[in-house]
Write a protein that binds this ligand. Sequence first.
Ligand code: SF4
Ligand code: FES
Length: 346
Amino acid sequence: MVLKVRRFDPSTGSVRYDHYDVKHRPGMTVLDALLHIQERIDDSLSFRYSCRGAVCGSCAVLVNRVPRLACRTQLDAVMQGTDTLELKPDPTIGELEPFNQRFEILVEPLPHFHVLKDLVVDFHKFFRFHEATEPVFRAPVGLPDRELRLEPAAVKELEVYTNCVLCGACFAACPVCGKNPNYWGPAALAQLYRFAIDPREPQDDRRWAQGNHPDGWPACEFFANCKLVCPKGVPPNLAIGAARRRFGGPSSEPLTTETGEAAKTEPVAPVPAEPMAPVPAEEPMPESPQRDAGDAATAPDEPPEGGEQNSVEQSRPAGDSKAEPNPDCPVVPEPGDGGTGEPNPA
Ligand code: SF4
Ligand code: FES
């Protein structure tokens, strides 16, 4: 079995594809193959992983042009075509790297992220959108006289969204993330929805209003790739559809949640939320791309400023990476943010 892996060397800026012959073992995953390559064939190959059990969300890569968790993707199933996903084409992605699907498995970094080295991408912007949703429980004003309890039905509904492991697969599969670098993306909006429907939070309209700006709920175009690729079964498109209906906007999604229950769509007057403090600009990113110590299998020596633009320059849509900051978007752009919307050359 041959893995065709995209390599990016930040010290020279060069891109190439390497072919690795991997002796197949039953039950082998893409991550097992990458570890085998790193340990036995080429120790310069960089990729992220941690839990090896689809829990930490670190190992997402493109496998045959589909964003997947490497630790959860069986080589057999990909080779035999029993594990395939038909995604809506992403017009923001540039030239595709050819590969022979009968003999090769193509492994590349996630699109719509800067590449730091080989398969390691920069999650900085993705997490800033996540942070902008203020993903912490907002307690009601005044101390409740007893614990806040959830009915089993509410737990079931929330659980669908709390399962997110922040792997970025949905962000990579979403064509809107490719063309609009200010779009918060499916994961952040699904997280916002999770808090908006939490019956323990104050029942005002603040959470809904947080996403009601041009780069939030209204920006989604319902490609629905997010739900298809999510390894944890999170349906961001359903969350966004429910939010859109709440504000009287168009939605192409059915009025049910993943659990088959009616989504919370009672129309409410969209009262303005208390203004959100803009997300403060952060300290400059450290040079290391590692999410956590030991996270990346091989740390890049010296990533170039902003990392590689995960793109084919000539096929980049005009103005994509230079999008103007949206004055209504509460996330303050930072230098280097613009690259998130780059197409993938693969
Ligand atoms: S919603 Fe799914 S695909 Fe998106 S970041 Fe969360 S776990 Fe990953
Ligand atoms: S190593 Fe794949 S999700 Fe943790």
